[in-house]
Design a protein around this ligand. Sequence first.
Ligand SMILES: NC(=O)c1ccc[n+]([C@@H]2O[C@H](COP(=O)([O-])OP(=O)(O)OC[C@H]3O[C@@H](n4cnc5c(N)ncnc54)[C@H](OP(=O)(O)O)[C@@H]3O)[C@@H](O)[C@H]2O)c1
Length: 300
Amino acid sequence: MKILVTGSSGLIGSAMVPLLAGQGHQVVRMVRRPAARAEEAVVWDPGVGKLELSGLERSDAVVHLAGENIAAGRWNSSRKEQMRNSRVNGTQLLSESLAQLSEPPRVLICASAIGFYGSRGDEILTEASSPGTGFLAEVCQEWEAAADPARQKGIRVVTLRIGMVLSSKGGAVPAMLPAFNAGAGGKLGSGRQFVSWITIDDLTRAIAHALTTESLSGPVNAVSTNPVRNVEMTKSLGKVLRRPTFCSVPALALRLLLGEMADALLLSSQRVEPRRLLDTGFAFQFADFEAALRHVLGRI
Ligand SMILES: NC(=O)c1ccc[n+]([C@@H]2O[C@H](COP(=O)([O-])OP(=O)(O)OC[C@H]3O[C@@H](n4cnc5c(N)ncnc54)[C@H](OP(=O)(O)O)[C@@H]3O)[C@@H](O)[C@H]2O)c1
């Protein structure tokens, strides 16, 4: 297939591109600034609504991962606007453009996030669960709806509600390492909140599965089969790194330090099941959190 990929320089995109290329697909990156090897890239600028339709012609599939990083700094109103606009407006631009093609691609895989569900305690969440409340839940709902023009055109649209991605190259794991390595790792808040996670390897395999599984459309939870409580995650990380985890950070301290991000990203509880991936025969390589951590950190 000829597959267009947005957000290809990010954590997920930079693992996705080599996987797809290795499977023999022709991968064309959609980039926001002119690329060195122009024949391998299409330039778009979602910030100003610019996308040349000719760049999208004769593609079979699109993997859309672009979005302003949500963990890069304390949230204020302008950061929140960037996070929302880069996702909602970017998805709208892409799906409206795809809908204008005389021969549109068959499938569009869009990133979304388990933030869709809000914070739900111990409730088991499947793709059929209702949306939650709060900034991230609202952004995710708008983000998923922004692909409507592509759906109406008859393109198969999959919105992947991605959980916490485990990778050594970016995201949550490297962010936790300094405190844990210094012996200052510990549970966050009560530690009872559920964390739904997936290794970068299983996530890229799940995206490849969604590309070729014709029966899959609509929301798909991209999480492993075993969400863990924050306190279990803390113990496993301490065990893998061979560091103590006696410290704990009270919710109030996190809120003072990080503001709104503390509740949205660290204290919220999401116990999510990957029901649609399992129903369509996807086999996870990693179901056990400690084994997954050992794998991504290269610690046997
Ligand atoms: N990593 C996770 O744990 C996780 C969990 C749930 C959901 N997700 C979602 O999955 C998607 C990919 O995640 P990721 O971890 O790979 O993210 P990432 O590392 O932050 O990369 C996202 C990419 O999006 C593009 N981008 C950045 N700012 C942008 C803006 N203002 N407008 C348009 N594009 C912009 C960039 O690619 P270019 O410079 O190449 O355009 C960037 O490399 C994101 O939408 C994210 O919200 C990730």
